[in-house]
Every structure is written in C-alpha cells, then in structure tokens.
Design a protein around this ligand. Structure first.
Ligand SMILES: [Fe+2]
Length: 313
C-alpha cells in the first residue's frame, strides 16, 4: 500500500497496457486534490457498519471528476485491537482507490498494532523515516503531508487491550522531528492520529515547534471522530494563522464522512463531506435522538477549513 509520486506517474504511464484498471488519463486527476480519511475501524471478520461506510466513501471518491491525486489515512484502521484481518479487509476496500491510480498513504492510531499493520503493509518498514515507527511523507505537489506515529500501545499487549488512548512521540521520533522539520523546504502539513495537545517534542508542546517552523501550514488529525478546527495554542498576544483540523470518521461513530483538501500556492482549503452522525452506532428506526443527529449533519454541510500557505520558507 502506498505509491510514490514517481510510481503514480508510472501507473498512469501503464494505462495503455491495462485499459480496464488504469484507463484514466492524467487530466482526470487534480494534482492539487487530496482525500483525507480517518478512523476507519474496519472489522476484518464481520460485515460491520464501519466497512460499509468506508466502501461508500471510496465509491463517492471514485465518482469525483476530477479525481483526487492521492489519499491520506489518519489512523485507527483496525476496529479495536489491531488484528491482521482488520488491516487486510481495510486494504481490500482501499485498493479500489489504488487500482484507480490514487495512491494511499497510511498512518496509525491508538487502536492499531504495528506488527499486524506491517504484516499487511510490509513496505512501511522501509518507507518509514523513523525505524520501528510508521512515519511517512506523502508528496502532494505543492505541499507535503508528514504523518507522525503517536501510537503508545505495544505489539505484545493482550488481544482485548485497546492500549493507551492518548498519543505520544517516542524519543527517536522526537529527535528526528526536531532535526528534520526546521529544515523542511516546502509547505508541510504535520499530521498524526492524535490532537496536537497530546504530543510534545524535546520537553515542549509540539504546537510550539509547529508555530515557529515557517514551512508548517497546519496540523491535521483524527481520533475524536468529529469535524472541528482550532487555533494552535500560541498565547494571548501571539495568535497566528496556523490551525488544527480534526477529521470525521469514515464510519465508526460521530461525524461520518471524509474531507477533500485542495491546495494552491496561496492557501489550502479542506472541505467536509458528511453523510451521517451517530453515536455509538448507526440509528435504528424511531430512535428519539435522530432529530438531533440530523441537525448536526445539516449544520455541518458546506463546512470548510482554510489554511494560509507560508509566504516564504
Ligand atoms: Fe478512532
């Protein structure tokens, strides 16, 4: 899973040889459009509502014209405990994107388990920027998406253990980030599964590093299963343009949907595509809270989150 930009072009180049799978022309893709998916929570051994919603989202993305040039997944791929079957089933659903020439970059969340993730996606063991973690860079042309790995749960935890809820960057990842991020040469969204407040680097909140590095456009995460945006905590007299964005879940609970990110030289705008709201699971006919859930979906229609691109790096 995961195809580099060069590999993506190669796939397009192979279109003539494989007309059924790769019949699309480069003009069918918007190079500045990225689909953002989070909190898939796919159950690998039953036909869960989560899987059905993920498949619906994938189908909607494939019907877009133009198509997004790539997809980024913000963790919690597995349903609860990080079973290998969960990753395989999620990969099957996401493969429809890859088969259509839309490479998928995956990140991990608190419900994931690295060993099982890597059995399903062994290429990430060498693709990662930090050995032992799942840290990847998705080249989106005008911007990068840098996906961090804040998963605290260890691979040897019991199968009924969901692991710690909050995120944490290990020392090696902190050291790598402190060295690499200030030297970043193009606009970059720093991403992880967790809210920015969970994470720290070098004894400081991660938000402080993000605020002072010119290349950082903003911070995007999942975990809360709700669409919301915040200013990064910069103090009363230091309010800046950098924002954080929380993504909906593709199908577990909460805001149900995904986001489409359009980037340009001056700015980046994420647009919410929300179909449902439910908690903790899809509604049954006549449920008394249905009117509230419908109101949430209605209120969230046409929501966007704009980010200012750095003027100079
Ligand atoms: Fe989740």
């Amino acid at each position: 899973m995961g195809v580099s930009r060069r590999g993506f072009i190669g796939i397009l180049g192979a279109a003539a040889a494989a007309p059924r799978l790769f019949a699309k022309a480069p003009s069918d893709y918007d190079p500045n459009l990225t689909v953002l998916l989070s909190d898939l929570h796919v159950n690998g051994t039953s036909d869960s509502h989560q899987l059905g919603r993920l498949e619906r989202a994938v189908g909607e993305v494939l019907a877009l014209n133009p198509l997004p040039a790539r997809a980024v997944v913000f963790g919690d791929i597995a349903c609860m405990y990080g079973r290998k079957e969960d990753y395989l089933r999620a990969a099957t659903a996401l493969k429809r994107l890859e088969d259509a020439g839309i490479p998928v970059t995956l990140g991990v969340g608190n419900h994931d388990r690295r060993s099982m993730f890597l059995e399903a996606h062994p290429d990430y063991a060498t693709r990662t920027k930090v050995p032992g973690r799942i840290v990847t860079v998705c080249d989106a042309g005008t911007v990068d998406f840098l996906m961090l790995d804040g998963l605290q749960g260890t691979d040897d935890r019991a199968w009924n253990d969901m692991g710690p809820l909050a995120g944490l960057l290990d020392k090696a990842q902190q050291d790598w980030l402190l060295a690499a991020l200030p030297a970043w040469k193009k606009p970059v969204f720093v991403c992880s599964h967790y809210p920015v407040g969970d994470l720290s680097v070098g004894g400081q909140p991660l938000s402080r590093l993000l605020a002072r590095v010119p290349a950082v456009v903003g911070y995007i995460h999942g975990h809360d299963h709700r669409w919301y945006t915040r200013d990064m905590g910069m103090g009363w007299k230091k309010t800046g343009a950098k924002r954080t964005l929380c993504l909906p879940s593709t199908g577990a609970w909460g805001d149900i949907g995904y986001a489409l990110m359009r980037t340009s030289k001056g700015r980046a705008v994420a647009s919410l595509v929300q179909r449902e709201f439910y908690y903790p699971r899809p509604p049954k006919p006549g449920m008394p809270v249905q009117h509230l859930w419908d109101a949430i979906v209605k209120a969230n229609q046409n929501q966007t989150c704009a980010f200012a691109m750095p003027e100079k790096i």
